[in-house]
Design a protein around this ligand. Structure first.
Ligand code: BT5
Length: 250
C-alpha cells in the first residue's frame, strides 16, 4: 500500500465533521478524506452525547480510513488515531496525555480529547470515520473534569498545526493495521499508553454488569478484564471506568 493521500477540507462552521465525512463515504472513496472545522454546531460523542467547543479553541476533525480488518478488530483504528494524537502533542509541546480505553485522551483524570469512530460497511470493506476533538484553549463544559493543552503546558497551538502532525503520525502507524506483526506492535504501544490498565472497571452487558480489573488489550484492541480470576475480552461500548472511591463503596 502506498502512502495515504490526505485531502483536507476546511469549514468555518459545520454541524459535525463526523456527520460530513460519513455522508461522503461511497464504495470508491479512498481513505484520506479529512474534514476540519473551526466550529461545530452539533458536535457529538458516543450515545448522542454532545461535544462542545467555542470557535477555534479546539482541533475538530474527522478522517476516513479503510483498513482491511475484521469487525472485531476495528478498535485498533481508534488506537492508531489516539496514539498518533498523543505523539503529535508530545512532539509539538511536550505534553504526554494517556489514553483511556476506549476513546479518550486524559491528563490525570481530566479529559483533554475525545475520539468517535463510526463504521460503515461497503462492498469494498469497512469504512471507518474517526472523529477527533482536542481542547487546545477551551477547558471543557461546566461540571466536566476536562482540561486544555494551554492549561497543561501554557502553549497555544493552532488547530491546523496539530492536525498536520497527527496525520503524519497516523501515516507512520497505518501499515501496522495490515499485518499480524504490525497489530501486535500496535497492541503493545496501545497497552503502554493506556491509563486504564490496572484499574477497576465495570463491564455492562445485556443481563447485568460485571466488575473486574483491566489487565491489557488483545491483538484486536479489545480490553482484557480479569473477572473472578478469569481473563475475558470485551469490545467497545461495554466497559465503564470505576473510580477507586466507587469501588470501596461496593
Ligand atoms: C467523545 O465522546 O469523547 C468523542 C468526542 C468526539 C468529538 C469529535 S470533534 C470532531 C468530530 N465531530 C463530531 O461531531 N465528533 C467528533 P463521549 O465519550 O461520548 O464523551 C462525550 C462527553 O464528553 C460529553 O457528554 C461531555 O460530558 C464531555 N465533553 C463534551 N465536550 C467536551 C470537551 N470539549 N472537553 C471535555 N469533555 C467534553
Amino acid at each position: 500500500m502506498g502512502p495515504i493521500v490526505w485531502r483536507v477540507e476546511h469549514f468555518d462552521e459545520i454541524d459535525s465533521t463526523n456527520t460530513y465525512v460519513v455522508k461522503q463515504v461511497r464504495d470508491d472513496v479512498a481513505e484520506g478524506l479529512v474534514a476540519l472545522a473551526d466550529f461545530q454546531s452539533s458536535g457529538h460523542g458516543r450515545l448522542d452525547r454532545a461535544w462542545v467547543s467555542p470557535p477555534r479553541a479546539s482541533l475538530l476533525c474527522s478522517m476516513l480510513l479503510r483498513p482491511n480488518l475484521d469487525a472485531t478488530q476495528l478498535q485498533l483504528v481508534v488506537a492508531v488515531v489516539g496514539l498518533a494524537t498523543r505523539t503529535a502533542l508530545e512532539r509539538l509541546c511536550g505534553l504526554r496525555p494517556q489514553l483511556k480505553w476506549p476513546n479518550d485522551l486524559v491528563v490525570g483524570e481530566k479529559k483533554l480529547a475525545g475520539l468517535l469512530a463510526e463504521v460503515l460497511e461497503t462492498t469494498s470493506g469497512f469504512a471507518v470515520v474517526v472523529g477527533l476533538g482536542v481542547n487546545l484553549t477551551y477547558e471543557g463544559p461546566e461540571g466536566v473534569a476536562a482540561t486544555s493543552v494551554r492549561r497543561e503546558v501554557g502553549v497555544t497551538i493552532v488547530p491546523r498545526a496539530l492536525l498536520d502532525i497527527v496525520l503524519e503520525e497516523i501515516e507512520a502507524r497505518r501499515s501496522q493495521l495490515d499485518s499480524k506483526e504490525g497489530r501486535v506492535a500496535l497492541r503493545d504501544e496501545y497497552s503502554r499508553a493506556l491509563a486504564t490498565i490496572g484499574q477497576h472497571v465495570r463491564v455492562e452487558q445485556l443481563g447485568g454488569s460485571l466488575s473486574g480489573v483491566a489487565r491489557g488489550v488483545d491483538d484486536a484492541g479489545q480490553l482484557l478484564v480479569e473477572v473472578d480470576g478469569v481473563l475475558r475480552a470485551f469490545g467497545i461500548g461495554y466497559v465503564v471506568h470505576v473510580r477507586s472511591s466507587d469501588v470501596s463503596q461496593r
